[in-house]
Design a binder for this molecule. Structure first.
Ligand code: 13P
Length: 258
């Protein structure tokens, strides 16, 4: 299937990680203005996940079209004595329509398990926002031939029963490809995304057929079209290259040919 004939509307999401101050609004506005000016030209939803400190201000400045906002993490509970944590309800209140959960940096830096990630995805659904659930193997897991089993297990244990095509997105992000400039070959991406799709169908039936599966890890303007053309790749989760509007828009342009 050509990149323009997909049944699933793709999503290109930028994960700003711990980068961005109020002045970074200029980048978000530049993305919004390009999307607004090219209304209908990009066959994809476009989202950025700035630090939580910026979501409210960005939402106010961006208006309601057409750039979506997401958080980068949430607490499983809706409120309570959890100093420093942010509830999915708070992200929604600030203007986010989604939250990334289980990013490998949170799994590594904060010891998040699949069970934690699942509880966070359930929290997103409870709050009425979309969960972007991240999975991906380490270099050691890939070189020892365990990629598909590791990713399948993460998926089965992280995706909650409340997941639907509308409220859940899966992001496949090989840990060794994040921030390194390295990417898997298109064939490798194809085989992991096919395994994820099969898992989603066996877990969620028809909903699993419609769930978006993003690729993330060193997506750049010069490799985006090639990666996004792979079967079962329904968009991208972009880190470093999402920080500058020009680079991010060049990646979104992979979906500009329809
Ligand atoms: P990079 O695009 O910087 O490799 O980061 C990918 C990522 O972790 C997005 O969540």
């Amino acid at each position: 299937m050509g990149i323009g004939q997909r049944k699933i509307r793709p999503l290109v999401a930028g994960n700003w990680k711990m980068n961005g101050l109020k002045a970074s609004l200029a980048e978000a506005l530049a993305v919004r203005d390009a999307l607004t000016g090219a209304e209908g030209a990009f066959a994809a939803d476009v989202m950025i996940a700035p630090p939580a400190t910026l979501i409210g201000g960005f939402a106010a400045a961006l208006g309601d079209y057409p750039l979506l906002l997401a958080g980068q993490d949430c607490h499983p509970k809706a409120s309570g004595a959890h100093t420093g944590d942010i509830a999915a309800e708070m992200l929604k209140d600030a203007g986010a329509s989604a939250v990334i959960v289980g990013h490998s940096e949170r799994r590594a830096d904060h010891g998040e398990t699949n069970a934690t990630v699942r509880a966070k995805a359930e929290a997103a659904h409870r709050a009425g926002i979309m969960a972007i659930i991240c999975v991906g193997e380490t270099r050691e897991e890939r070189t020892s031939g365990r990629t598909l089993s590791v990713v399948s297990k993460q998926l089965q244990q992280s995706a909650p029963g409340s997941a639907t095509a509308a409220n859940t997105v899966i992001a496949y992000e090989p840990v060794w490809a994040i921030g390194t400039g390295l990417t898997p070959t298109p064939d490798d991406v194809k085989s992991v995304h096919a395994a994820i799709r099969n898992n989603l169908i066996s877990l969620f039936g028809p909903e699993g057929e419609g769930m978006r599966v993003l690729y993330g890890g060193s997506v750049k303007p010069d490799n985006a079209a090639c990666l996004m053309a792979v079967e079962n790749v329904d968009g991208a989760l972009v880190g470093g290259a999402s920080l500058k509007a020009g680079d991010f828009l060049a990646i979104v342009s992979a979906y500009g040919d329809t």
